[in-house]
Design a protein around this ligand. Structure first.
Ligand code: NAD
Length: 254
């Protein structure tokens, strides 16, 4: 898809992978709305990229609808949605204090899965009303963020891995269903990227992850995730697929 001038929404765009994506999309000519719960930083990214910052909790049906409407008013209707809002909790199913509290598991599923689905359903509905952009009938692109933890989940990642597995499994049925509207759905499964989420890890754990990445033997840069979003935009045949972006990393059991 030609990016120039189109509206884009980056959910979770105030930090990490989302912020880098907002910058890359804006540089490529899109008009970007940064949707996030963290408004202080969202405003900074929006002013840097010449876009709009809109407060949005992706898990709220009414809140997300209102935020998408505000984004459309500010930057135009979204032809691109990149779902980067997420949390990365680590907790054992049975820990020293007993079983993992069910609400901890539910919170992870709520933000990572239901939040992404909520954004996808609302933005896709609006995209169906837009004119096709070309002879193929393309109307838009939705990129969801899975993780290599969907496949190689480690000890302590039961909630996170199952949330990212759901995002991976959502990709094909969503792409198949939205195909008749010319909307593509692709998921990226990043390895370990240098973002605030990852900086929460202890230094030895971070170094171990770098050593476990065959090439390049380092953490991924958020700009590398963002540039892959642009590659997906540029290649219409990429659809209904989950692509690992991980330097051939396969996570060990813990
Ligand atoms: N960093 C990595 O190595 C890595 C690897 C694999 C997958 N991921 C996934 O990529 C996505 C982005 O991760 P990141 O590393 O950039 O994290 P991050 O913590 O830097 O950014 C996440 C953003 O999501 C926002 N957010 C959280 N809950 C929200 C909600 N309910 N509504 C709206 N916004 C909300 C936060 O405010 C933050 O700005 C996440 O889904 C994460 O699971 C990250």
């Amino acid at each position: 898809m030609e990016i120039g001038g189109h509206g884009a929404i980056v959910a979770g765009g105030a930090s990490g992978l989302g912020a880098a994506t907002a910058r890359a999309l804006a540089k490529a000519g899109a008009k970007v709305a940064v949707l996030d719960v963290n408004m202080d930083v969202a405003r900074e990214i929006a002013s840097e990229t010449g876009g709009a910052a809109v407060e949005c909790d992706v898990t709220s049906p009414e809140g997300a609808e209102a935020a998408i409407e505000a984004a459309a008013e500010a930057v135009g209707p979204a032809r691109i949605l990149v779902n980067c809002a997420g949390i990365g909790p680590a907790e054992r199913i049975v820990g020293r204090k007993g079983p993992q509290p069910l609400d901890h598991y539910a919170r992870c599923i709520n933000i990572n899965v239901i939040g992404s689905f909520n954004m996808m359903r609302l933005v896709a509905h609006r995209m169906t009303a837009l004119d096709p952009l070309d002879d193929d009938g393309e109307r838009g692109l939705i990129v969801n963020t899975s993780s290599v933890a969907a496949y190689d989940g480690q000890v302590g990642q039961a909630a996170y891995s199952s949330s990212k597995g759901a995002i991976a499994s959502l990709t094909l049925p969503a792409a198949r269903e939205l195909a008749r509207f010319g909307i593509r759905v692709v998921a990226i499964a990043p390895g370990v990227f240098e973002t605030p989420m990852l900086r929460g890890l202890l230094q030895p754990a971070q170094e171990a992850l770098e050593r476990a990445t065959p090439f390049p033997p380092r953490l991924g840069k958020p700009e590398e995730y963002a540039s892959f979003v642009l590659s997906i935009l540029g290649n219409k045949m990429l659809n209904g697929e989950v692509v690992r972006l991980d330097g051939a990393l396969r996570l060990a059991h813990e």
